[in-house]
Design a protein. Sequence first.
Length: 224
Amino acid sequence: MAEGVGWPPASLRPAVFLDRDGTLVREVHHLRRLADLELLPGVGDALASLRQLGFVLVGVTNQSVVARGLLSLPELAAIHAQLQRRLGAAGASLDAVYFCPHHPDAGEPPWRCACDCRKPAPGMLRRAAADHGLDLGASFMIGDALTDLQAGWRAGCRAVLVLTGYGQRTEAALTPDDQRQLSLAAADLPAAARWIAAQVGHRAPTATVAGGDPGAQSRRSRTT
Ligand SMILES: [Mg+2]
Ligand SMILES: [Zn+2]
């Protein structure tokens, strides 16, 4: 993409797809209780800065807790309502949250199935693109697992790994091919948002990103 040229696209809009657990909120294995939902530091400001750049913000999360019978759909909806409340209190929100309730081996049909939405499949991103008029080629996927990155790549997006959640473990296990495809390994979501702002040729105007050096967050120059 040429920096600053034709940005944002006139018809289709660019999106940032965001994994939930370990990216937006603290990783809790099979999160089921509202009390366990905790935003990671800086997430509200990071999302607000991405929205100011014109990105549609879409949560995409595998929730096999439904297939496993650990959580009902209303209970999962309550967790996502709580997520939006927490984001709202931090000055942000998601435009939509897509979830995959399936698992190929766990639970009973209809949830136990080989679906097209469980990451690394790109189904949730493609559905969001159709629903919201998104330009996948101008969009980014951010997550802490290889399956997040793969879902982004398969949908035609650029992918950013965050080192929160399982991110450090994921980074250590990347193949050379993964590393070539990966756009960035960022310390956390705020660092990822600063880098995306630099890619689209804008200085995000919030205090969160002012004075940041996006290059300092790149995987090649990262020192810790
Ligand atoms: Mg995750
Ligand atoms: Zn699914």
